[in-house]
Design a protein around this ligand. Sequence first.
Ligand code: HEM
Ligand code: HEM
Length: 169
Amino acid sequence: MTFESRSETPTPGYSLPQIGLHWIIAALVIAQLFIGESMTELVEAAEEGEPISGSTSTFATTHYYFGIAILALVAIRLALRLTNGAPPPPATGQTLETLGRVSHWLFYALLVVVPITGLLGYYLGDPYGEIHTFAKPVFIGLIALHVVAVLYHQFWRKDDVLMRMLKPD
Ligand code: HEM
Ligand code: HEM
């Protein structure tokens, strides 16, 4: 069995662990995008030997541990994805179905690469820190596209795709 056919194993819907992990990881990623700059401040202050405020330090520490949690949870999620599979995409035609598939795998790639470049940036500095920072607009763009796609399904096509990520099957 090839990787592609395993990853597209048909299943009636997402399982409870897949749904739970989707929403926990989404919440953690959104928090990371808000608090990430505190880590940039911490890194810059350390380079220039300047003090940082207590709140910046707390947010930067949170950023560190949330990032590691995302990496660990994504490993479980990918294992479930490759064994449980995913429900077939709603019939929107070849182009949109491919866009959906590509964007989902791009999410998984970012969820692995971004925490790893964060760790490398923290311990080794640039260029990893720069690559990590560059991922921010890519992540935001992909989340915006993802949400627009869900809204399109929900209100235009009315095919209840959102329900697939709310109710286990
Ligand atoms: C999915 C997980 C993560 C996301 C979405 C994320 C996101 C971000 C964002 C938005 C920034 C601010 C960039 C800016 O200043 O505009 C940032 C900075 C930073 N993050 Fe993360 N991060 C994640 C995981 C991690 C992890 C696991 C670490 C490990 C220590 C980490 C370390 C850093 C460092 C060192 C910076 C400063 C980069 C620099 O200025 O060189 N991040 N991150
Ligand atoms: C940082 C935030 C998010 C990330 C990283 C993310 C990631 C993903 C990924 C990777 C998938 C594909 C699941 C798979 O087939 O294995 C997915 C599916 C899905 N996501 Fe998100 N998501 C995020 C936010 C959201 C939000 C805010 C919504 C609601 C508006 C949402 C609704 C959905 C739905 C309904 C599906 C199922 C699509 C389908 O059945 O084909 N996601 N998400």
